[in-house]
Design a protein around this ligand. Structure first.
Ligand code: GLP
Length: 251
């Protein structure tokens, strides 16, 4: 980008730091600057734009606060893409959630098999002895970037023939709803932090022992019967959980 295009409007009302911040932001959102690229230092920015170092620092700080940059001690400031915010109060499928953000979801099927549940899973899914489940392990991607590994366990007596559906292309929840007429009720979830094991790190293209956001979900139909027990491991560098908390009602 030429210096002329980077020139600031020094007579207007828009603060200089903000103009620099927006210029950098445009270069990031347009794809000119990619994730991991090093941004110019405070000193370089102050020379390029003829502003004080304080102004340059403020511009970089603004970018960091928005989640578009991260500083690494002794190395510099690097471009980062902001985390996707996952609303944990919405009962959504991965497909819906990613589509809503204007991104394209996809899946890589890691495993799909019919099996017998262990006693703990049988209890969670209220299964009787001899009942079988479909076990599904998928790598979930958004715009081809791996975001999560999801393991789902689904009772087959409620979903006969589910095992022959190709879940590398189909949405599980769409199938449950459209093909089996399921009305979803609610889900009980727990969230915890975990470290990525070597195989998970490889699939998610993150370093070994990087942080994961692990959400377990027991999904219920509107009649209260269990439909799925799932473990989802989201990349900690890509996801954050968000929720609205309200005041508890006074008695
Ligand atoms: C979410 C849930 C999973 C569920 C998945 C279904 O990610 N946490 O428990 O299995 O959605 O997604 P899809 O309908 O896209 O297959």
């Amino acid at each position: 980008m030429s210096v002329a295009m980077d020139a600031l409007n020094k007579r207007g009302f828009v603060p200089l730091y903000y103009q620099i911040q927006q210029t950098l932001l445009n270069r990031i959102t347009s794809g000119e600057l990619k994730e991991g690229d090093m941004l110019e230092s405070e000193e370089e920015l102050s020379r390029r734009y003829l502003v004080s170092r304080m102004t340059a620092r403020q511009a970089l700080q603004g970018l960091k606060a928005k989640g578009y940059a991260v500083s690494e001690r002794g190395r510099g400031t690097f471009v980062m893409k902001p985390k996707l915010s996952k609303s944990i109060l919405m009962l959504e499928s991965f497909t819906e959630e990613i589509r809503k953000k204007g991104i394209t979801p996809s899946s890589r099927l890691l495993q799909q098999k019919v099996s017998s549940p262990d006693p703990e899973l049988a209890e969670r899914l209220k299964l009787s002895p001899g009942d079988r489940i479909l076990y599904l392990r998928r790598l979930r991607l958004a715009n081809e970037v791996p975001l999560a590994i999801e393991e789902s366990n689904i009772p087959l007596k409620r979903f006969q023939g589910l095992e022959s559906i190709d879940f590398s292309t189909c949405s599980l929840y769409e199938t449950m709803h459209d093909r089996y007429g399921i009305e979803f009720g609610w889900a009980d979830e727990t969230i915890e932090a975990m470290l990525a094991a070597a195989d998970e790190a490889k699939l998610l293209t993150i370093p070994n022992r990087a942080s994961l956001l692990c959400i377990s979900r027991t999904l219920m139909a509107s009649d209260g019967s269990p439909l799925e027990f799932a473990l989802s491991r989201y990349r900690g560098d890509r996801y954050r959980a968000s929720l609205r908390v309200t005041l508890s009602q006074a008695d």
